[in-house]
Design a protein around this ligand. Structure first.
Ligand code: C2E
Ligand code: CA
Ligand code: CA
Length: 875
């Protein structure tokens, strides 16, 4: 079973990292901005320019960068310079570049400085500073392991030379990694320790208080956040730094927005505008506009919100925005949705989704690093588990709908807290490395680092001509892999695949295990017969009776094996992989590739031909799964599900033929057939005295198909009873304008709209708010285990609350037992559906079922238990 951990998403800590407050050295902060244009009064004097650059660093990194170039020129003019001087230049350049968010350039600069200093044996302050700069660069590229390593080395140097200020800077840097990891409590501890380590330094305090403000905000502690921001603002004012003051005011405004106080929020923004000097307005006003847009939206002035939103993103490419814009994208989507600009709303939603995914990846990578690192700065143990559960409790207590929505997102996609970072490749990689990389790419799977299919093929090719029946390719498919991947996310799914391969590879006599395609691994048994291979496959399946442990979560894995022992080396792997599906189709765990049953590619074509016939000949039918209204205790709706029994292939699972129909353009025929059939069946049920709503599945592509939209409309208008159309969240993503219009038309003519499989896809609140619908159907993956799984329970509960707060009803799918049903009722779900109530039934059995149910209701008005017993009788 899959356990979901919920983790709060760091999301976009507003402007947090834009404010790299801490200056590398305690130099005076008051520098005339006359140096900004690069024309310096100190061009001749290296030391003086270096000091200028250091001083300008925090306030104005662009100016600092220019001063660094000047210092470099001054050096060149002198003709002779030391490696320390050169290193200083490179270090300052790295500092400025990280502040400007350009780690790809900063990292080589810092590395260059380190190389220059490594010649000498001195491990002095400059050396430590360079390590810190390196750490910052790595942090920006999400290479948290390297970041921590460098911070640690720097920390040791500073401690040895007794430089408490620098120690404090490092502690703050570590605090910010904890912040990225979403471990806010720990982050607070580090910021506070940093302040204690070197008290009375305004710059350090400014950085710490501003960051603490952001962390408290993430923790939902309004008062804590406000007092930290106020203190930061005071310091910025004392330092006479209007830009910093404006940024902090923006943070304050954003804090108020988050807590619904728009009056205070707007006052803070006005102050920010007032203190901001004209020349620095250009880039910064975006952020102020962004918060203003949120205020306008919060006050219900949607047109103004949309106008300010467009000012926020003016001239920016929505595909390339940085984390700082994540929240603004989310509110942009809401604002545009409110004024009916669906296309823009969807674009912003996509951008939000991109950034959110990124943030989650970053977060899990930070966590993994922190877990692996051994830090003893404050003699603290990493009590990850405790923190996580404590964090969970407090998260749940925050009954803010938006917040809860994030939880749902997080838990759906982020099953475990730890994961691996996405491999980030940097432009400056040497050509040689690139060569190695190219080779690796061919024989190594990019995501998992496992040997690729090509690697296995190479191994087979070295065998020469094959003796039929004496070389077996074994392919093993992880069952439900797509679902696992959707829940785990790509990087953790990659880790899972590695663990599966490890376990198989440890088995005696097996080597060269490769990843053949996502969720499918394989190897070759040379000199083995099919019987031996079957035996090996069953031994391997047995290895997975024990769950796989991914970080601290146990995941049950089932494997299905496909074998091939043909004599064609080129098709050995392919056939073994096809045999996996053949095994699944006949509900076996192992199958040998069957040429008869599967004429390869022609199979799909023949299948689709047979499907068309099946609709005419009655081999294709509809079954109906009753849905229980938990408020009335009545089965008032039934979901129509297609069933196909083929003479040759037997039962073909709907997932298979629906996908095939979608891929081959036959889905409209199938759906039109289904709708006519459902309408006819509804009339029959009505004649038998049962007026039920029929819930009908409509594939995504059809929602933006105008011909189908019209057809469906005319059909349901002719129907005896009510209809509900089930669509998935992503159905309206492709062509939102048209899809939304269709949904509205359907709705206007009385069709109910339900969002199917909710939670398995995008699940964004603002998107949801855009979709015209009446009902959420929570995916059964979240419902099936509520009786035994605490986290699933919380999820179901919060989704029910979310649905209700949006004025929607919630149906839970996949209810399999009494206990689950009782819990669903407790959580306020409106309807329930699942094998525990009834399996999908053919029409005649359905009528019988409804008759029994109606009699039971007459006897017993609140029949939770009896509903159960009854359904067991009839299914
Ligand atoms: P769906 O829309 O999510 O339909 C519910 C599926 O969950 C059905 O699978 C149903 O048999 C199954 N189910 C219901 N209760 C339980 C339970 O308690 N436990 C478990 N494990 N499963 C339960 P089915 O019939 O195999 O359909 C699979 C999918 O195929 C459907 O998922 C739907 O997306 C699609 N589908 C089926 N018929 C049609 C159709 O006529 N048109 C379209 N477009 N899609 C269809
Ligand atoms: Ca459905
Ligand atoms: Ca469903």
């Amino acid at each position: 079973m899959l356990t979901r951990s919920m983790v709060k998403i760091a999301g976009s800590v507003l402007l947090a990292s834009v404010l790299s407050f801490v200056q590398p050295d305690a130099m005076a902060a008051n520098v005339s901005s006359g140096a900004v244009n690069g024309v310096s009064w100190h061009a001749q004097d290296f030391d003086a320019v270096v000091d200028e650059a250091r001083a300008a660093m925090m306030r104005d990194p662009v100016a600092a960068l220019e001063l660094v170039s000047e210092a470099e020129q001054a050096l060149a003019a002198q003709g002779q310079y030391t490696s320390v001087q050169q290193a200083t230049i490179s270090w300052l350049r790295a500092e400025a570049l990280t502040r400007l968010g350009r780690p790809a350039e900063a990292l080589p600069a810092a590395q260059g400085a380190l190389n220059l200093l490594s010649d000498t044996d001195t491990r002095d302050k400059l050396y430590g500073d360079v390590l810190v700069a390196l750490g910052r660069g790595y942090k920006q590229t999400s290479e948290y392991g390297l970041a921590l390593e460098n911070y640690q080395s720097a920390y040791e140097i500073f401690r040895d030379i007794g430089d408490t200020r620098s120690e404090a800077i490092v502690l703050q840097s570590i605090a910010s990694i904890y912040k990225d990891a979403g471990q806010y409590d720990r982050s607070v501890e580090y910021y506070l320790t940093a302040m204690e380590r070197h008290p009375g330094d305004v710059q350090l305090e400014l950085a710490a208080t501003n960051n603490l403000g952001n962390v408290y905000r993430e923790l939902g502690e309004f008062d804590g956040a406000r007092s930290q921001f106020e203190r930061a603002r005071e310091i910025a004012a004392e330092m006479q730094s209007p830009i910093l003051e404006a940024r902090i005011l923006n943070n304050i405004a954003s804090l108020y927005v988050g807590f619904g106080n728009f009056t205070e929020a707007s006052a803070a923004i006005e102050q920010a505008f007032a203190v901001l000097p004209d020349e620095s307005r250009i880039e910064w006003t975006r952020f102020l506009f962004g918060v203003q847009a949120q205020i306008a939206y919060g006050r219900g002035d949607y047109a103004e919100a949309a106008r300010l939103t467009s000012a926020t993103f003016d001239g920016l490419s929505l595909r390339e925005t940085s984390q700082h814009f994540a929240e603004f994208h989310e509110s942009a989507a809401q604002a545009y949705e409110a004024v009916g600009e669906w296309r823009l709303a969807t674009e912003h939603l996509r951008a939000y989704y991109r950034l959110d995914t990124q943030a989650r990846e970053v977060m899990s990578s930070a966590n993994l690093t922190l877990l692996g690192a051994e830090f003893h700065f404050a003699e603290q143990e990493l009590e990850i588990a405790r923190l996580r559960s404590a964090g969970l409790e407090s998260e749940l207590e925050l009954a803010d709908a938006r917040f809860r929505q994030r939880l749902i997102l997080a838990s759906a996609l982020l099953t475990v807290m730890f994961g691996l970072s996405i491999a980030l490749m940097w432009r400056q990689r040497a050509a040689r490395e690139r060569q190695v990389l190219l080779e690796r790419m061919l024989f190594e799977d990019g995501e998992t680092g496992l040997p690729s299919r090509s690697a296995l093929q190479r191994q087979i090719d070295t065998l020469g001509p094959l003796e039929p029946g004496m070389t077996v390719a074994v392919a093993l498919g992880i069952d439900r892999y797509d679902q696992l991947e959707a829940v785990l996310g790509f990087s953790r799914a990659a880790e899972l695949q590695r663990l599966v391969v490890d376990r198989i590879a440890n088995h005696e006599g097996i080597d060269g295990v490769a990843l053949l395609s996502p969720g499918v691994v394989g190897f070759m048994l040379d000199g083995a017969t099919l019987e031996e291979a079957r035996y090996t496959a069953s031994r391997i399946s047995a290895l997975f009776r024990r769950p796989v442990e991914l970080a601290d979560v146990e995941i049950d894995i089932d494997l299905t094996a496909g074998l091939d022992a043909g004599d064609d080396p080129a098709s050995l792997i392919k056939r073994a992989v096809i045999a996996i599906q053949q095994a699944r189709d006949i509900h076996q765990t192992v199958a040998v590739f069957d040429v008869e049953a599967f004429g390869d590619a022609s199979l799909d074509l023949s299948l689709i031909g047979r499907m068309t016939d099946a609709m005419r000949t009655g081999k294709m039918t509809l079954h109906y799964q009753p849905k229980l209204n938990l408020r009335t205790g009545e089965f008032d709706t039934v979901e129509a599900l297609s069933r196909w029994n083929d003479d040759e292939h037997g039962f073909v699972p709907p997932d298979t033929f629906i996908r095939l129909a979608e891929e081959t353009g036959r889905i409209r025929d199938l759906t039109e057939w289904g709708l006519r059939q459902a309408i006819a069946d509804q009339a029959r049920m009505s004649a038998a005295g049962f007026d039920v709503t029929i819930s009908f599945n409509i594939s995504g592509a059809l929602v933006s198909d105008p011909v189908f939209a019209e057809f469906a409309l005319q059909q349901v208008k002719s129907a005896r009873g009510k209809f509900c159309f089930e669509i998935t969240e992503t159905a309206a993503m492709q062509d939102p304008q048209r899809a939304m219009a269709t949904l509205r038309r359907w709705m206007d003519s009385g069709v109910r709209i339900a969002i199917d499989d909710y939670g398995s896809g995008l699940s964004s609140l603002s998107y949801l708010k855009m979709l015209p619908c009446h009902e959420l159907k929570l995916d059964r993956a979240f419902v099936q285990h509520i009786a035994t799984n605490e986290r699933d329970r919380m999820l179901v509960k919060s989704t029910a609350d979310l649905a209700h707060s949006l004025g929607l009803e919630m149906t839970a799918e996949g209810v399999e037992d009494d206990e689950g049903l009782a819990l669903l009722k407790l959580f306020g779900c409106d309807s329930a559906q699942g094998f525990g109530l009834s399996r999908p039934l053919p029409l005649a059995a359905l009528t019988e079922f409804l008759r029994n149910a109606a009699q039971d209701i007459k006897v017993e008005p609140a029949p939770l238990r009896s509903v159960q017993d009854r359904s067991k009788r009839s299914s």
